[in-house]
Design a protein around this ligand. Structure first.
Ligand SMILES: Cc1ncc(C[n+]2csc(CCOP(=O)(O)OP(=O)(O)O)c2C)c(N)n1
Length: 378
């Protein structure tokens, strides 16, 4: 038995406790920013085949191209809402690669690429950005359901939704999970804590991601929470929680895969904090990052972005090269061109339809508005 006097001293040593928090949340990383493997045992554990590597690389490139094209369309006024994703490709694409069609994705507004790789056509994503009702139909081109909730705009709310769906899966003994993404800002919302706590209490099949990209719009992490490790917020709910290098696709994939296995085995949820960086503006609606961060900070972050290291590693392994990348980027851009045409051909949503789509049974005031707009042909 420990000397109670020493233990009491430790308990009251607040500085020491802060240090302990640092020590218990080391960062999982496997592929460093130079494209070198720093932990070959974990690489083996990930069991990624050559095909998997190529698929993850392609998904990350698809996401980057969607980001570039969406930003351009937004500047031309041809897009609606867009939250840039550059820098978060490993955090979003390597994580979602670990999940299956039957798993339910609970995305935030920045998580459009995860829905697209689940089979949601890009033209629907474009319509969603424009606020068109058809953009909220989560089916593939062939009409098969895509297990994704609509991107959540209310920060953190998807955690509560995920907890409920995950409990349903647990009760029905499904071999599936609900996986939800929020940002580090979202991890300060009430819904976040309630969702993780509920899922933890019921040992529900959930995997929660906090994409710590450094900023909640213009507010840096250190100003919006004193928690240096957001994963600690999962510990408070008794949930295994880890911090992962969010620019390392292999580490993110391994963490996600193991979290899914844990959650489907009946042991309850897992929380993963991915350390990443939002390389662009918060959204294309007028945010200027240079008002709250320096160009030098942004330039340094671009050097650590996930595509560079994945490209270097795969090229060294002889499974990727410049020609393959150029050809794939051309293929993706041709696809995006087609998808933009499809989206542009869809007739504009009438104001009356917009109101009709808000509630299944319109309120009295809404019914009045629908009649008014319809009478004006709008
Ligand atoms: C409940 C709620 N409060 C405030 C907002 C306004 N808002 C939109 S984005 C955002 C910042 C979110 O930051 P973070 O969770 O870190 O995600 P990121 O945008 O960096 O991906 C805020 C406060 C909102 N959408 N919902």
């Amino acid at each position: 038995m420990r000397d109670v006097v020493v233990a009491n001293k430790e308990i009251l040593d607040f500085d020491n406790q802060m240090q302990i928090q640092d020590d218990v949340f080391p960062v999982l990383h496997i592929l460093d920013s130079n494209g070198e493997i720093v932990d070959s045992e974990s690489l083996q554990r990930a069991q990624l085949t050559e095909e998997d590597f190529i698929n993850i690389m392609k998904r990350m490139l698809l996401s980057r191209q969607l980001d570039i094209r969406s930003t351009k369309l937004a500047k031309q006024g041809r897009f609606g809402f867009f939250a840039p994703t550059a820098g978060q490709e490993a955090s979003q694409m390597a994580s979602s690669y670990a999940f299956k069609d039957e798993d339910w994705l609970m995305p935030g507004y920045r998580d459009i690429p995860q829905i697209v790789v689940k089979g949601w056509p890009i033209w629907k994503a474009i319509l969603w950005s424009r606020g068109h009702a058809l953009g909220n139909v989560f089916t593939t081109e062939e009409g098969k359901p895509v297990n994704s909730w609509m991107p959540q705009i209310i920060i953190g709310a998807q955690y509560v939704e995920a907890a409920g769906i995950a409990l349903g899966m647990k009760k029905r003994q499904k071999d599936a999970v609900a996986y939800a993404y929020t940002g580090e800002g979202g991890s300060s919302q009430g819904d976040f804590y309630e969702g993780v706590n509920f899922a933890g209490a019921y040992k529900a099949n959930a995997v929660f991601f906090i994409q710590n990209n450094g900023f909640a719009i213009s507010t840096p992490r250190a100003l919006q929470t004193a928690a240096t490790h957001l994963a600690a917020k999962g510990w408070a709910a008794g949930v295994p929680s880890i911090v992962v290098d969010g620019n390392d696709p292999i580490a993110v994939y391994l963490a996600s895969k193991e979290a899914r296995a844990w959650a489907t085995s009946g042991k309850g949820p897992v929380l993963i904090e991915t350390l990443t960086n939002r390389l662009e503006a918060h959204s294309t609606a007028g945010d200027d990052p240079l008002r709250y961060r320096t160009q030098a900070d942004i330039d340094a972050a671009w050097k650590k972005e996930p595509l560079i290291r994945m490209r270097q590693y795969m090229t060294g392994q002889g499974i990727w090269d410049e020609d393959k990348e150029t050809a794939y980027i051309a293929e993706v851009n041709a696809l995006i061109d087609d998808q933009i045409k499809i989206a542009d051909k869809v007739s504009k949503q009438k104001i009356s339809d917009f109101i009709k789509n808000t509630l299944e049974v319109p309120s009295y005031a809404m019914a009045e508005q629908i009649t008014k707009f319809e009478s004006e042909g709008k």
